[in-house]
Design a protein around this ligand. Structure first.
Ligand code: SF4
Ligand code: SF4
Length: 469
């Protein structure tokens, strides 16, 4: 079709990482294997392969891609295969970063496919945060639906920058409003400041993956070394207000700059933005910790001309410094409160809101947007794609696999691209099922979401109120 836009596509490719992982189960091939190769045929996920150096022999099974269907175990003529429980598995993660979630991220980075499991979902019906909301999937059952597998084009592109509330025209019908610049990215996910210490090959991989999928990565300005200078279009330097002029050479080349929030910005923001615009027409992102005052801070900044704000919750998606005796709000509730405040103040359309902290799975991206974010930023899932393990207790610990610094950046790049490819496919599935064809339209579309606390209140609580039961 002539005017059909070119479909955005992320090229995934199975990319194993030859490092020590922790698995829920390990597939083990026993001594009694006769190398008949039947398991290579029955496993559609290609967990079983012959050795490259000696094709007469079987290679060790690739547990990362295994989907727990048990078929190879049932069909092995010698009963040579078994699944054994990995005792370290339950120690990783914690209450938020559940071990199964980490396993799923590893698998998605391995093959770039939408995660499925042969063992079925046996988890709880509801939970906290994003687990307490569901998306309306009613469009999926429409018999006429063309869907993402047909001709229908679904765009995941979003833009960053200030938008005008309305346009002005002169008496000749010419536009007199100055339309601000925006930056378009193809997927509603930025790469956030890398979580933890990273080696040069990891940094290179993150930058190249961001470039390949047409998004951007936020990097502390000190990490923007000349070797990655050619990727400037996809790099967002992270600076404090004092570092703007001292990093003039970098800021002159980029399209976006992230600045750490300071209280003084509530008064001096226009001057600060002007300091950046003097160097370059780059768009300014203000990164604000998601404290309990975040709505009023963002409202004040938006009224003073803020273009883009990034709300940074902690690594489990919790409010920073939550009220005493509580753990504070979760990202879902912070975004909703912020969105409502902006709508109430009549400035929601003018500012771009990035939600970050605790965006751990593909479904969190459209859910954050339905709550009111324009897009998200992720950090830990990108590290998990490279084999990192996270431990929540007794305190946050991110452990990178031994030997990671020797892995070629091209392998690591592909794993990050794979993870984003798998997330992109899931976002498309969710958007298609919701009947939303443009990611920009997800923002604040809460009519497409069902919030557990609301149905609980509307449906059940009234029944149990005093006098009604
Ligand atoms: S099917 Fe069983 S015996 Fe045959 S190669 Fe696989 S593990 Fe070995
Ligand atoms: S259990 Fe299923 S998915 Fe896993 S290796 Fe065997 S056949 Fe493949």
């Amino acid at each position: 079709m002539k005017n059909m836009p070119k479909k955005y596509h992320i090229n995934t490719r199975t990319t194993p990482l030859d490092l020590e992982y922790v698995f829920k189960f390990k597939i083990v091939r026993g001594e009694n294997c006769i190398n008949c190769g039947k398991c290579t045929k029955v496993c559609i996920y290609e967990a079983h392969k012959r050795r490259q150096d000696d094709p007469r022999m079987m290679a060790d099974p690739n547990t990362v891609v295994c989907r727990n269907c048990f078929r190879c175990i049932q069909e092995c003529p010698r009963g040579a295969l078994e699944k054994s429980l990995d005792k370290d598995f339950s120690n990783i993660g914690g209450a938020f970063w559940k071990p199964d979630m980490l396993l799923s991220l590893w698998k998605q980075a391995e093959d770039g496919k939408v995660p499925v499991t042969g063992a079925g979902y046996r988890g709880p019906f509801t939970g906290i945060g994003f687990d307490s909301m569901w998306t309306d999937m009613s469009e999926i059952v429409r018999p006429t639906r063309d869907g993402i597998h047909g001709r229908e084009y679904i765009s995941t592109a979003v833009d960053l920058g200030r938008k005008l509330n309305h346009l002005n025209f002169n008496s000749e019908g010419q536009l007199t409003s100055k339309v601000p610049d925006t930056v378009d990215i193809s997927i509603p996910i930025l790469f956030d400041i890398p979580a933890g210490e990273i080696t040069p090959n990891v940094k290179e991989a993150l930058v190249k993956a961001a470039t390949e999928i047409n998004t951007c990565i936020i990097l502390p300005v000190a990490d923007i070394t000349p070797d990655i200078g050619k990727y400037a279009d996809n790099i967002i330097p992270y600076v404090t207000p004092d570092e703007i002029e001292t990093n003039e050479a970098i800021i002159k080349k980029v399209r976006l700059v992230t600045i750490e929030y300071r209280e003084a910005m509530l008064i001096e923001l226009p001057v600060l933005i002007e300091r950046i615009k003097r160097l370059n027409q780059a768009i300014t992102i203000i990164r604000i910790p998601a404290t309990k005052d975040v709505e009023s801070i963002v409202a004040k900044l938006a009224h003073s001309g803020a273009e883009v704000v990034q709300i940074a919750a902690d690594y489990c998606g919790r409010e920073i410094n939550g009220s005493v005796g509580t753990e504070g709000r979760l990202l879902k509730d912070i975004i909703r409160a912020l969105h409502f405040k902006m709508v109430e103040d009549g400035i929601r359309d003018e500012i771009t809101i990035i939600a970050s902290g605790g965006v751990a799975m593909a479904e969190h991206v459209p859910k954050a947007m339905l709550c009111g974010a324009d897009l998200t930023a992720v950090d830990i899932p990108l590290m998990v794609a490279l084999g990192f393990r996270i431990y929540e207790g007794p305190e946050k610990l991110l452990v990178f696999p031994e030997g990671l610094d020797k892995i070629p950046a091209s392998t690591l790049t592909q794993r990050i691209v794979n993870l984003m490819g798998a997330w992109h496919s899931q976002i498309l599935e969710m958007m298609g099922a919701m009947g939303i064809r443009e990611a920009r339209r997800l923002r604040g579309e809460s009519g497409r979401a069902i919030f557990f606390e609301e149905i609980d209140k509307e449906t059940f609580r009234a029944l149990f109120e005093k006098g009604k039961w």
